[in-house]
Design a protein around this ligand. Sequence first.
Ligand SMILES: [Zn+2]
Length: 506
Amino acid sequence: MTALDLQRLRAEGQAFMEAISRESYLAFAGLKKTAELRPIYEKYDHVLGIEALELTLDAFRSAANNTDDKRSAQSLLEWEIESQAAKPLAELDEREIEWENTAVIRSPDGRVIQYQAVPIEIANTRDRALRLALDEARAKLVKKEHGPLRLERLQREKEYIESLDIAGDYNASFEAVSDISLDALGTLCERFLRDTESMWEDTLAQVLKKSLGIRSSEAKRADGLALFRASEYDDAFPAGEMEAVMRRQILEMGIDPTADGRIVFDVGDREGKRSRAFCSPVRVPEEVYLVLRPHGGQSDYNTFLHELGHALHFGYASPDYPFEFRWLGDNSVTESYAMLFDHRMQDRGWLLRYTKLGTNKVGKFLRTAGVEELHFLRRYCAKFLYERALYSGDVRWSELPDLYVSLLTSATGFEYDPADAFVDVDPRYYSARYLRAWQLQSVLNEELTDRFDVDWFRNPSAGPWLARELFAQGQRENADEIAARAGADKLSFRPLIRKIEALLDA
Ligand SMILES: [Zn+2]
């Protein structure tokens, strides 16, 4: 084999990513029985070896700051580390997927329920005693089987990353290659939790009493699932119209929803197709799949909008950019575009124009959306603070479950179960990407409103601007750079707090 250089790493890295992505698309869309990933890893072994890691590490260390060379080297290094760490963990992942696909619990009324369907079952159970018993059976199985699997994965991943010796420990390595300050984000999360604490206490007490007839002091996480399963509005979001409605909105925004045919809407029903919508960028930007099985309802619309945001981002990426700017980079960016679209479910004008909610129901719907947004954000802030402690190594593994329960319970007001301490963790700090995406999404919404008015989503100038100024850039810039370009001095939770207050007053 000839020596590896950056040019070759880019070409073969892209071929590797395309192969993995196509295989996953075929399997998750039900076009193939299983994903055969290991032969792909074998075929591209040389782009995931020690030579490739050293090459990207050298490029990263020698590139001058604030240049495209630095951005490029950083993206390649981050991707190289993640892909290499994924290789030795693949066996554990396969074991976990197999376990999840076959595990069942027995409900107190004698039914056998698939492990993966238990959260939905809990959310739909109105009888509180049965709901709590279901959750207890779930937690028991997690403690015995799923938790230990995930604990082993977390320990091995931490050891592997630290063995690469990028920086002092896991957290320092993450900061070095991601340019995200864990302490700065942690401080923002702590402040957000403080600033919204009394607002959350009051709101939660009211909705718990009204919807479930219980007091805050007795609320458990299973009650939270039931509370946020708001099915009363599902008629306003019909399955049959979903795709047409979304296409119409993007057209009204002045761009082609298929990006000149590059985005394929895979909406056919077939056996083996995942029930949740997803976006598969098989070649960026030439071949992007938006896959769904339309069920209708509020959460289906939400997911469709989210995945549509990803699809538009990939489908309008500039074909002239190198592999790393189109495929890699700070995922806070693509998540922020996805959230920019899914947050239309909190937008009065959008809801009135594209759904059947109507003026009578829209106010109440928005207030509920505000409660959910506040809960979800507080949960994610606590999750991030917990994950930072977990990866720091400062807390013993055996003591983490207690810390998990105390952080998550005090942030959300729902009592969490220690059994979930290792299964409720986003790998590689994806929680940090989501939190930054949330922040950036609100900056972008404010910028779009300044430029194109509150109904920017139907302004024919807004789409071309989004495609040109944001989507075409791929993930060349990180979330902080895009926020700065939009005129925000720093990413923060302040615009989100303003938005939540407005929703709760709707
Ligand atoms: Zn996403």
